[in-house]
Design a binder for this molecule. Structure first.
Ligand code: ZN
Length: 426
């Protein structure tokens, strides 16, 4: 299977951050990595490496080198994407239609969710003895729809579309009066459980149309969640191939795939939390190091934050800096912002350029227009928390934060190779 086809498979199987973590876990299992639990005492890995999964986040690391003071080569990415999330008491409706109440998660392009066949996925907390069990669920069929208002009822819609998230984005999913408890009973049926067992959920809406190639030569990819499942996929592929590299990396290779980047990363499993620093400390301690060893290991570490990058939009070229135009299928993009919305500096940028040279893939450079505000990534957070030199890079894409994004079909392979070479950098 080509890299791009494998990416499409991964994206289609990962409608929520929890599913992305489950799918990366399965790939790590196949590559011989061993899962560890937060509450366990960690020992040196006897297999290819270890990984820790926590909700919608995952950190994985190689067993070699076993030296406690070995520096880290860290690839960071995020598992979440902007979408619509189901409220705790979602059953609502008007005008004889049943609807679900939603909240907008992250900076979604709201209009992109209209007139699509939408499914549901996420996790459900279930009654179990004196405690709670968690089950992933996925309804991969068309279940929900947010219809546009007909143009005859809003003649100005093509000049300005305003979508109030409370008023205009509740999906319809049936006909009849408001069905109190209907969503809960639906989940119970899907999970084959008694409704009284369903206590709560982290449920979200996804586009059920499969990811696909575009263009006469299949040069492009149309898919949901490219920001940032393309980087999660590439990071996992780079890490799992380390074991088959002719010369093993001299440093310990780590990938950290965080949830909650789209809403600021402040959570127990987010990039602004303690998950990565405490995991790195435990990795060092598991092989006999102490805090002094950890700080020596960090002093010799490098980090790459991989996230979506903006390809130049052909219909809006004026929105891009004219000397930093970015193309799809032209290699990973190094993102720079002198106000540190990206963590890149001259040194970290140069190191990533070396990785691209070694991997024999081209690279591109992006800066925002100087008169426009810049987005951000987990890069500056990781750099600040760890004190590790960090570069922000990513695959070029159009329509970032749309329910459906577009990228180049040659870029997944180039990003994977560049990240793989980064793991080998001195
Ligand atoms: Zn992103």
């Amino acid at each position: 299977m080509t890299d791009a086809a494998d990416l499409l498979t991964f994206i289609d199987a990962s409608p929520s951050p929890y599913h992305a973590v489950a799918n990366v876990s399965a790939r790590l299992d196949r590559a011989g990595f061993e899962r560890v639990a937060d509450a366990d005492r960690w020992a040196p890995a006897e297999r290819a490496g270890h990984y820790l999964a926590k909700g919608g986040s995952l950190i994985a690391w190689t067993a070699t080198p076993s030296r406690p003071d070995a520096g880290f080569r860290i690839i960071g990415a995020h598992t979440d994407s902007p979408n619509l999330r189901i409220k705790p008491q979602p059953d609502t409706g008007r005008s004889g239609l049943r609807q679900l109440g939603i909240e907008v998660y992250g900076g979604a392009l709201r209009s992109s969710w209209l007139d699509r066949d939408l499914g549901l996925s996420g996790r459900v907390a279930l009654r179990s003895g004196n405690g709670v069990d968690v089950a992933l669920f996925r309804v991969g069929r068309a279940l929900l729809r947010i219809p546009h208002l007909a143009i005859h009822l809003d003649r100005g819609v093509n000049d300005a579309l305003t979508l109030n998230p409370q008023q205009h984005l509740s999906p319809i999913w049936g006909i009849g009066p408001i069905d109190e408890g209907g969503f809960l009973r639906f989940l119970a049926r899907e999970l084959d459980r008694d409704p009284s067992d369903v206590l709560s959920w982290d449920a979200m809406v996804d586009d059920v149309t499969p990811a696909t190639f575009l263009g006469p030569g299949a040069e492009l990819i149309s898919a949901p969640r490219l920001d940032n499942l393309i980087s999660c996929w590439a990071a996992a592929a780079a890490l799992t191939s380390v074991g088959t590299d002719a010369v093993p990396p001299a440093h310990r290779c780590v990938i950290c795939l965080f949830d909650h980047e789209e809403v600021g990363s402040e959570s127990p499993s987010g990039a602004a939390g303690n998950l990565l620093p405490s995991t790195l400390e435990r990795i060092v301690m598991a092989v006999g190091g102490d805090r002094e060893t950890l700080h020596r290991a960090l002093a010799g570490s490098l980090c790459v934050s991989a996230d979506g990058a903006h390809a130049t939009h052909p219909n809006y070229p004026e929105r891009h800096d004219p000397t930093h135009l970015v193309q799809m299928n032209a290699g990973p993009v190094i993102n720079t912002n002198s106000n540190l919305r990206y963590a890149t500096d001259a040194i970290s940028s140069a190191r990533f350029k070396r990785a691209c040279e070694i991997a024999e893939v081209p690279f591109q450079q992006f800066v925002m227009r100087s008169d426009m505000a810049c987005g951000s990534t987990i890069g500056p957070l990781a750099a600040a928390r760890l004190g590790v030199s960090t570069v922000d890079v990513g695959a070029a894409m159009l329509a970032m934060h749309s329910a459906r994004e577009t990228c180049g079909s040659a870029d997944p392979e180039m990003l994977r190779k560049a990240l793989g070479a980064f793991l080998h950098l001195e």
